[in-house]
Design a protein around this ligand. Structure first.
Ligand SMILES: [Mg+2]
Length: 388
């Protein structure tokens, strides 16, 4: 069975997110750039591209080409949030996802057709879901390889889906400029042009031995791509094995209350991160660096995986107590969550009513934090200490 590889690319991603934040930007030429004399264009809306503005162009030049454009400085946390939501949608369609950037991904859909139907209808489903849940447009290229799908999604823009029938890859690519091939940029293009290679088809039909002799190993790989022969696998994102937080104190200290309080803060921050990534931990580690720079750690497995502040702190504080047997001042305190597992892979056992009340309180706090920032909700015990 031929492979079925999707390349998905959100259309003018930064601009699209900016327009969600400020709908008055709709329909206007928009340039995302710090807007300083030496800065470059991060991305430009289609309206600005009509004037010749494109990504990576010096801002001053873009300004000259399109003086009426609205300049926005960029909002990275908002882009990141949208990106996470995008990948979250994709995760439901295939376990084999390779992120290529914040707004680009490859999916190996070959073995998923039984679940979500033929590739074209799945692509339609993804497109509609991304639009309805995130308000963003995504273009999707589908073919038997990553290289071809990457080019195809570009041809499908804006917000299109393009499917290349197996066996027709080279035909589709042939008339396109050599620049469309991944790996051929403004520096290498003239070398190929000097040999009369203008289109992908030109490269495809040259004898292999000649290409290897003139352009080396890179040329050979590019020629394979030009012929639609790319067998590189979709490489699944390595999920984190552990998450950690640490703090180096302004002054070395032996104050136990101070250290417990600092640990509580680290635990809460890490708990929040675990819950946001939908992860639980099964092993905790507390580390202490003393004023003499020696590093000491204690770790402990948990009876069951968790991501709840209270449970994390119970174990963490007992580890800290076991560490603080020396009367040496502490310079750094760290907290590590190890043996991470996705939330839904774990059996969820019922808990005591008091615990459940606490958990739902935590969930409500997380909701507020995801909207207004982490520090909007804090445990009173943490605030009291800070006020002292
Ligand atoms: Mg994009």
């Amino acid at each position: 069975m031929p492979r079925c590889i999707f390349h998905l690319d959100l259309d003018t991603f930064f601009v699209a997110v900016e327009r969600l934040l400020d709908p008055t930007l709709q329909g206007k030429p928009v340039i995302v750039s710090p807007g300083t004399a030496r800065s470059v264009v991060a991305t430009a809306s289609y309206e600005a591209r009509k004037f010749g503005v494109h990504s990576a162009m010096p801002f001053a030049q873009a300004r000259r080409l399109c003086p009426q454009a609205v300049i926005v400085p960029g909002n990275f946390p908002a882009y990141q949030k949208a990106s996470c939501a995008f990948f979250h949608i994709l995760e439901a369609f295939s376990p084999d996802i390779e992120p290529a950037s914040l707004d680009e991904a490859y999916i190996d859909y070959t073995n998923c057709q039984e679940l979500f139907g033929p590739s074209l209808s799945a692509a339609g489903l993804i497109q509609r879901q991304v639009k309805s849940e995130l308000g963003l447009d995504v273009s999707i290229g589908i073919s038997t390889s990553k290289a071809v799908s990457k080019i195809t999604s570009d041809l499908a823009k804006p917000s299109g889906i393009l499917y290349v029938l197996p066996g027709y890859e080279a035909k589709l690519l042939a008339p396109l400029s050599i620049r469309k091939l991944m790996g051929i940029g403004p520096k290498s293009e003239p070398r190929y042009r000097a040999h009369g290679i203008r289109t992908i088809g030109d490269l495809a039909q040259l004898p292999k031995t000649l290409v290897t002799r003139v352009f080396g190993e890179t040329g050979r790989i590019l020629q394979n791509m030009a012929r639609g022969e790319d067998y590189s696998p979709v490489q699944r994102r390595q999920s984190a094995k552990s998450l950690s937080h640490e703090e180096t104190f302004a002054h070395d200290t032996t104050d136990r209350e101070f250290l417990r309080h600092a640990l509580h803060r680290l635990v809460c921050e890490l708990g929040y991160r675990l819950r946001r990534y939908n992860l639980r931990t099964q092993k905790l580690c507390v580390k202490v660096r003393y004023a003499d720079f020696s590093l000491h750690t204690r770790s402990q497995s948990l009876p069951r995986p968790t991501n709840l502040d209270g449970r994390l702190f119970e174990t963490a504080v007992s580890l800290l107590d076991r560490l603080l047997i020396r009367r040496v001042r502490v310079r750094l305190l760290g907290f590590v969550a190890q043996d991470l597992a996705k939330h839904d892979q774990q059996l969820c056992l019922p808990d005591t009513p008091a615990r459940e009340r606490l958990d739902s309180l935590l969930m409500a706090a997380d909701k507020l934090r995801s909207r207004y920032g982490y520090s909007i909700v804090q445990w009173a015990s943490l605030l009291r200490r800070e006020a002292e």
